[in-house]
Ligand binder design. Structure first.
Ligand SMILES: Nc1ncnc2c1ncn2[C@@H]1O[C@H](COP(=O)(O)OP(=O)(O)OP(=O)(O)O)[C@@H](O)[C@H]1O
Ligand SMILES: [Mg+2]
Length: 368
């Protein structure tokens, strides 16, 4: 997967911008100049919303009515992708044909992104880790999101029914049993997908983490209420917690409580790892996702490393850059281009960002 050309109109601090990309692209400049904005536009073109989690409106340049992002992207064929975002909605197009359902557009361009905020995957609550997991798995498994949406719908219905049972003790259990059965069926599908995905991550992450840090034993544990249980056993669990669920008015067991734990050997890296070790663990995870994509989809996604270098020492940075395969189109943003070794600089397109514009810089200019 490769984005050859990008054109922006009124996107964040860029009024107009047009650029060709190569396989390796380094975007550099001072704080607040628009490095993240540039790679964010590629992300929004692919997934129709930002990783920064804010409302779409902030993507539109101040005092403008809309923003437009256009990209020429090579997957099997070379296609023109376009997204227009207005205050009141967005519109997407492929080769100038409008796509009515965003879900038919999203993930045609696949992206793996590392952003400093991703440290949340280790530090934050299980909810953040589940969200991240959902995003990764849904990009490689088309039915995952559908199952997840169905699960969440049934979960909501079940919780409402539990509450109504609490206030009205005459209500029948039959409907609850139907909802519980549906919940279990969707839950098992999600459990299986997550379990398979984490096991693929574990096949890869230990070697990657060793290559970056020299340390052995990075592994990811998948924790789920459904672990090691077959459908009958899960049904029994729900039967045994029925009264409790009615009392609490919510479903106290299920894959909506799943979590993953990053460990170094037996230790939880959240509690024992240094900042740098945690960051490297997340980066190793991203590389593992990249390689799973290639394995399952036959092509590498676009790889974006936003602000990779802060808090990492030179040797780790070198190790990370060295394990990126030449087949992967890569975007790196940094304030410190001097931290990139010359070999990588030599093969990269260098894009300097300042004063709301970009400038392509020839590497020989950089050397003097
Ligand atoms: N909707 C918008 N309209 C105009 N300018 C915007 C808009 N949204 C953000 N900006 C500007 O974009 C700039 C931030 O850009 P960005 O986050 O890309 O910086 P950066 O180069 O990645 O910085 P850092 O090195 O600190 O990460 C800010 O100066 C901000 O004012
Ligand atoms: Mg930034």
């Amino acid at each position: 997967m490769k984005i050859h050309h990008l054109k922006l109109l009124n996107f964040r601090n860029y009024e107009r911008l047009e650029i060709d990309f190569e396989n390796y692209n380094i975007i550099f400049g001072n704080n607040g100049e628009g490095k993240t904005n540039l790679i964010e536009s590629i992300y929004v073109l692919a997934l129709t919303k930002s990783f920064r989690g804010s409302v779409d409106k902030v993507l539109i340049m101040n005092n403008k009515d809309f923003t437009r992002i256009e990209g020429k992207v090579e997957n099997n064929s070379l296609d023109d992708y376009k997204i227009i975002i207005k205050d009141n909605g967005k519109k997407v197009m492929i080769n100038n044909n409008s796509i009515d359902k965003l879900s038919d557009y999203i993930s045609k361009i696949s992206i793996v992104l590392f952003n400093p905020d991703d440290l949340k995957i280790i530090k934050d609550t299980p909810n953040t880790r589940r969200k991240n997991l959902n995003l990764d798995i849904s990009q490689i498994n088309n039915s995952y999101l559908k199952n997840l949406n169905n699960y969440n719908k049934v979960l909501k219905q079940r919780n409402m029914y539990l509450k109504s049972m609490y206030y009205n003790s005459n209500k029948s259990s039959d409907y609850l049993d139907i909802l519980t059965n549906n919940l279990i069926e969707y839950g098992i599908k999600i459990f299986d997908s997550r379990k398979k995905f984490i096991s693929l991550i574990n096949e890869k992450i230990i070697d990657i983490y060793r290559d970056i840090t020299g340390l052995e034993g990075l592994n990811v544990i998948y924790k789920s209420d459904f672990d090691n249980l077959n459908k009958d056993e899960i049904t029994n669990v729900y039967q045994s917690i029925k009264e409790k669920d009615i009392t609490f008015g919510k479903t106290t067991v299920g894959i909506h409580h799943d979590d993953i734990i990053f460990r170094l050997g037996d230790s939880n890296i959240r509690d024992y790892g240094s900042e740098g070790q945690q960051k490297n663990a997340v980066i190793a995870y991203k590389f593992a996702v990249l390689s799973i994509f290639k394995e399952l989809k036959g092509t590498y996604p676009i790889f974006i490393l936003d602000d990779l270098f802060s808090e990492l020492d030179k040797s780790k940075i070198d190790n990370i850059l060295n394990i990126i395969s030449d087949d992967v189109q890569t975007f790196i943003t940094t304030t410190e281009i001097n931290k990139v070794n010359q070999q990588i600089v030599d093969k990269s397109k260098l894009i300097e960002v300042s004063n709301d514009t970009i400038k392509e810089v020839n590497y020989s200019e950089r050397r003097v």
